[in-house]
Design a binder for this molecule. Structure first.
Ligand code: C2O
Length: 419
């Protein structure tokens, strides 16, 4: 079980495990022979890790020890990559704290419909969370041939490295398409995002649990489909978010809230601007077939992404930190998807910063890494990271109504940094 540990820079037991990297050639089960031969050849020449992109994991060969396996697939998975529908209307993801009543009603309905799908439907609410869990909790394994010629197995993990941003972009896209389908092919539906980096004291606040998620009841009549009771009582509205994850359950006096806004702003500025002047720092370490997972997260992933997770999850729950504070369960809180909308938006913001070096990664092993998802028609589809970098594919998700102006407008900050 992987916890998103509060305030720590190394969140994950296998972090920076270089020793596994010395173990060399790796083969996915389906490609065993070919890769072994190629790997041995390269190893003989260079004595280095054989690098290959990860092929899509096999959903029907899943290790279910944490109960995370996504719905199995009957049929053949097309070798072809998923074709994005470029005819969809362009959609803008709205900030969750500014939704009007009509939008909230639709948003509520979308999650009610999703939660009503039977578990046997691969698109179901349960399967959404399991899919996320499967991609992060040893559900998929790849065979490894070590330098001593022995074969061992390594688990596959989309967190703590360069897959983090593109994998979650795809996940949100298919999640959003499924919700739109359930709304009766409402192609105008776009997932709201939780704008927690916005520290403005103007109402309605963005840096709290947005009201649409905070109330257990919707309209004082029915249970809210956006509410999750497994949240930290210290995050109750209107407690401000603590992006550093340092305050625990402090009584938020007005004075403390003023400081908190400054600390949050400073943290965002560090993680997005000063600590990430080049792509490798922003996206995280490489992760290829042949390397151990968890080699190093990019600047957004641990703080603030991980700290927001932990801040939201219930530390006193029967399973401490569930739902949001544990990767295994995080997808069971509807706020997960709004949280990741903001992460995806910040990717776009980072790319738009001045300086010239803020570009998507371009290594072939990155671009050709593949994943499987269930689409809105419950078909299993294959995508690869190069598709995540082409914003025209999405028609949404890379278009957000709020950018990062507040921080960038702070006098002198950006000008000084880039001069
Ligand atoms: Cu896959 Cu926010 O984690």
């Amino acid at each position: 079980m992987l916890h998103l540990v509060r305030g720590s820079l190394v969140l994950f037991q296998g972090g920076n495990n270089q020793s596994n990297l010395a173990a060399v050639c790796i083969a996915h089960k389906n490609m065993m022979m070919l890769v072994v031969i190629m790997s041995l050849a390269v190893f003989a020449c260079k004595g280095l890790v054989q690098a290959l992109p990860f092929p899509a994991p096999n959903f029907n060969n899943c290790n279910n020890y944490e109960g995370c396996c996504p719905a199995p697939y009957n049929g053949t998975i097309s070798e072809k990559l998923y074709v994005f529908d470029r005819k969809l209307p362009m959609r803008t993801r709205p900030p969750a704290h500014l939704l009007d009543d009509a939008y909230i009603a639709k948003y509520q309905r979308a999650y009610r419909l999703l939660k009503a799908l039977p578990d046997s439907d691969p698109r179901s609410w349960k399967n959404q969370a399991q899919l996320h869990c499967a991609y992060c909790d040893a559900a998929f394994n790849f065979d490894v041939l070590t330098s001593s010629g022995r074969s061992s197995t390594m688990r596959f993990e989309v967190h703590y490295g360069w897959m983090f941003l593109p994998w979650h972009r795809f996940f949100l896209y298919f999640h959003e398409r499924i919700l739109a389908k359930l709304l009766g092919d409402d192609d105008t539906f776009a997932l709201p995002f939780w704008n927690w980096d916005n520290q403005s004291p103007d109402l309605p606040l963005a840096n709290v649990i947005p009201l649409a998620f905070a109330n257990p009841m919707y309209d004082n009549k029915v249970q809210s489909s956006l509410y999750d009771e497994r949240r930290n009582r210290c995050t109750k509205w209107p407690n401000l978010i603590d992006l550093q994850g340092a305050l625990e359950c402090a009584n938020q006096t007005l004075e403390l809230q003023t400081s908190l806004r400054q600390w949050n702003n400073r943290l965002m500025y560090t993680q997005l601007v000063t600590a990430a002047p080049i792509s490798r720092l922003f996206f995280g370490e490489s992760y290829k077939l042949g390397s151990a997972p968890g080699r190093g997260a990019g600047t957004l992933e641990v703080t603030p992404h991980g700290t927001v997770h932990v801040w939201t999850g219930d530390p006193n729950g029967t399973i401490p930190s569930s739902d949001m504070g544990i990767l295994q369960y995080a997808g069971l809180d509807p706020i997960f998807y709004a949280h990741h909308g903001n992460i995806d938006r910040l990717w776009k913001v980072w790319k738009s910063l001045p300086g010239g070096n803020r570009k998507d990664l371009s290594q072939a092993d990155y671009l050709n890494t593949q994943f499987l998802f269930y689409d809105e028609n419950a078909a299993l589809v294959k995508v690869q990271i190069s598709q995540a970098l082409n914003i025209n594919n999405f028609r949404s998700g890379t278009h957000y109504s709020h950018e990062f102006q507040q921080l960038l407008d702070a006098p002198g900050l950006v000008a000084n940094f880039f001069s």
